[in-house]
Design a protein around this ligand. Sequence first.
Ligand code: SF4
Length: 91
Amino acid sequence: MARHLQILVVVGLGQCLLLRKGILMAQECELLGSCGFFKKFGSTKELACKGFISQYCKGPMQGQCKRKEYRRKNGTPPADNMMPSGAIMKV
Ligand code: SF4
């Protein structure tokens, strides 16, 4: 697993613990219901995807999501396998 993904997973898991303890407020992206990435990978058990979802889709980095940026610039959503970081996931 790439180093940045490992860091993201560790941070995501740490944040989940804080959420469980009520230290952080949960926040969800307003595009959650229509996002292809979330629809496709939202229930995955894969740790990297879970890290992205906890950090971006349901976490504090959703304002930095490259999928949102793409949609804003192009008027259409990106491919479902584009991750919130902007990298393309090989499936
Ligand atoms: S991938 Fe980006 S646009 Fe999609 S639900 Fe997560 S934060 Fe929102």
